[in-house]
Design a protein around this ligand. Sequence first.
Ligand code: FEO
Ligand code: CA
Ligand code: CA
Length: 627
Amino acid sequence: MTRTNKTTSRPQGNDFNTVSEQSRRNFLKGSTAALGLFMAASPVASAVAAASKKPLLNFKGLPASTADTFVVPEGYTATPLISWGDPILSGAPAFDPSGKQSSAAQAGQFGDNTDGMSLFPLANDRALLAVNNEYTNYDLLFDHGGKAMTADDVKKAQAACGVSVFEIRRDGNGQWNYVQGGQYNRRITAYTEMEMTGPAAGHALLKTAADPTGKKILGTFNNCANGQTPWGTYLTCEENFDGFFSSASEVELSRAQKRYGLRTDKDRYQWHKHDARFDLAQNPNEANRFGWVVEIDPMGPTSTPKKRSALGRFKHENAALTLDNSGHAVVYLGDDERGEHLYRFVSKGKYNPANNAANRELLAEGTLYVARFNAAEGELKGKGEWLELSHGKNGLTAENGFDDQASVLIHAREAATQVGATTMDRPEWVAVHPDNRSVCCTLTNNKHRGKKANQPLGGPNPRAENNYGQIVRWYPPKGNHTSNQFDWDLFLIAGNPELNSGLYAGSQNITKDNMFNSPDGIGFDKEGRLWIQTDGNYSNSGEFAGMGNNQMLCADPATGEIRRFATGPVACEITGQAFSEDQRTLFVGVQHPGEKGKPSHFPAGGNSKPRSTIMAIRRNDGGVIGS
Ligand code: FEO
Ligand code: CA
Ligand code: CA
C-alpha cells in the first residue's frame, strides 16, 4: 500500500539554523511558501558554513540491516560491555542461561532490558554507569516462560527491573570493561526503599496499609529513559507502571485509574498473585506511588532514592534537564502514550555551584507546565505556550476534581486535559542542544491520530495513523527556558520516500539510504550532533520495507543531514546512549534482541540465549565518535 497526502511536496523538515538568527526568525514566521523561497537562498549560507567549518558528520553511513548482529561504520568497532545477568555485586554468580537462577542471584546481576543510561566520571579511565533495566522477558528469565510463577519468581522478576549502577574502567588498549564488586556498584529493584518528596508526599492518595505515611515507597520499575543533573545525580523515569498491577477480584476502576491504563483483565507479569502490593483490589493506592521521576545519588551506594512528585505522574520517558540563564533548573518531560502530552518543570530555587547540598533539593519544589502547540492549518511550524499546572489556576479547582496540588500532580494527565494541552504522537525522549537555544522531542508514532476525536490532525502531529514518527523542535525565546512562549518546527518527519509521496515520504532529509521509523531515544553530543535511536517496526516489509532492524542514526541539526550509524540485531530496540567524557567511546543499549521468540542469538551467537546488552563503540584510530 502506498500513501499520499494532500500536501504534494515534501516538507523541508529543517530550518538550516547555521544562518543568522534573523533569518531563522523570518523562517519561523513564514508560511510553507516562504519556506521554499528561504531554502532557495540557503546554499550560499551553507557554502559559507562549509568553508569555515569541517562537516559535523564524518563517517560513512550504513545500509539497512536484517542481520542478527550489531553493525557500526567502517573504521569503528563495537564490543559488548555487559549483558543481562552478568554479575555486578561481589559474590554474585555468573549468568546461567537455564532460567532456573534464584531471585537472590538476579539481585546481584545486571538487570534485564537495558534502557536509558548516564555516565559519571570518577577519573580519566574510571567511571560509573547508571543504567535503567526497564522490564523483563519471562520467556528468557524463566525455564517455564512465566507459566508456573512462584513467589520467588515474582521476586526475581522484580530484581530484574530497576536500575544497575556499576563501575567501568578503561584498559591500556582504550577498551572499557565493567568491574564486578566496584565500591559504588548497586542494584536498585522493585523493592528498594525510596522516599517520596515534594507536594504529593504524604497525601491520602499515596497512603497504603503498609505505609500509612504515604512517603515510604518500595521500589521502582519500568524505568524507561533517564536524565542527569549538573549536581551529580541520576534521574530514572517510570513509564508503563500500569502493566505490573492487576487483580483476580472485581474492581471498579476510577476514571483516573483508567486514564493511567490500569486494568484487571491483563496479567502479563502476575506480580499481584504473590505480592499484595500489586493487587488493585487490596491496595488501590499502590499504583499512585509509581509513574514518577526518581533521583538517585550514584556515588551513594546506600543512599535512599527520592521520587520527585513535583515533576508530575505520568508514563515518563526521559527527564532532559538544562540550567536556564536565570539559574533555574528546567526539566523537559515526555509522557509516552498516544494522545498524551509534553511537560516542563521549572525549579523554584536556583542552581548554586557553591552549594551542592541545596542543588540536590532543586527538584523537590517548582512549577509544572504542559505544552500547547499552535499553528495555522497545514503549517508545520508555529508558536506554542507552556500552560501552568498549579492548583487554583487554569481551572484546576476542587469543582473540577482537583482538591490540592498533590491531586494535580498525581493526576497530571487529567490536569493537562483540563488546561487544554495539545495531544501528541507519543512524546518519547527530549534533548536540549548544547548551545541551550533549541530542544528536540521524538514523537515516535500514533495509530490513533486522526481517528480519535481528541487527537485531530495538525500542528506537530500532521499525519493520520502516523506510523513513522517525527521530531518536533522548539526554540525558547532568546534561549530563555523559563519563558512561557516558544517557536516550533519539525526537525524531521520520518517516512518512506520509496513508497510514498507527500508527508508519508518524510521530510526531504529522509532518503532511501537513511530511512527509518519510530524515533525514540535522542541525545546531543558535546559538538551538537543529534543521535537518534529507533524502537519501531522491524519487519522490513510493507510500509517499512527498506528500513531493516532497529538502528541508530546521527543528524546534523544545522544542515538536516542524517546518516545511519549503527544497526541492531534481530527483533531488538536500540535505546540508551552515553559518551565517555572524551567522546571517544559511545555506549549504546541493545534491548530485548529476539523478543517474542524471534530468532536472535545476540550477542554470543551460536545457539545462545539472546540477552539485552550494552555495546561500547570506538573508532579504530581512537578519534571522537562521529567526527
Ligand atoms: Fe520505554 Fe516509551 O519507551
Ligand atoms: Ca523509549
Ligand atoms: Ca518506543
